[in-house]
Design a protein around this ligand. Sequence first.
Ligand SMILES: [Zn+2]
Length: 300
Amino acid sequence: MAIPFERDFTAPYDSVVSVAPRICRLLAHNPGPFTFKGTGVTIVGQGHVVVIDPGPDDPHHLAVLRDALKNETVTHILVTHTHRDHSPASRALQQWTGAKIYGFGPHGSGKAEEGIVIEEGGDMEFRPDIAVRDGDVIQARDFSFACVHTPGHTSNHVCYALMEEKALFSGDHVMGWSTTVVAPPDGDMAHYLRSLEKLLERDDEVYWPTHGGPIRDPKAFVKAYLEHRHEREAQILACLRDGVAAIPEMVARIYIGLDPRLRPAASLSVFAHLLQMTKDGRAIARGEPSLAAYFQAARQ
Ligand SMILES: [Zn+2]
């Protein structure tokens, strides 16, 4: 089953575009292999607004953001997760507006209870004023958001559901243009799959990812995403059974025609699957599991 990707999305850079009755977006000029056309900063409401994922700490972007919001009162700043294309502009935005920053916690904080310390790979300075947890409701002036903790892409990833519109701001958890990178140690494939299944129990009608256009049939999309991960796992198991033991060889065999810039991310995704498979007893690592380790199928 193919994931119904939608890659035709276009939006002008650096201008505020209304995309739904309460929702505007501002596309930052930071396109790339992981950001697609760029970070879609979301502005919800009019007059009194909530900003979701303010974007990168880039002087041009900050100037555009400040100008775009000059006639608005920013009441809340919501951050889905602490990658550098999402959270760093929250600090400048707070300085200008005094609005409080909401998020799960510092980079890596979702892994803390497993005793895993994450020291790099994200916006290490991020500290929310309000640490949100799954099920929390954030009351803005004219609307409200439910917080949905969705670890996997990062351990601190949160989606925010605009309750009045059944719209879910899905961050990088579910994106319309690409699958999500799950990079250990902060990324976790088992958590990621659980966080996808969590969305199937909800009744959101549309997802607005931070990169790319909206997803209008979200349940079918999430099911295709899950199916894709199960296929990937089956491909990795087939590699193990054929004696392909090293991650670079698995990537070469599985990801045909891959953009070379994405090879490290693909390696990390394969590693994330292998870590999960070693935990649940389907694969064995020779020595400590790592990107450079050799793996084999467990005897059933
Ligand atoms: Zn991300």
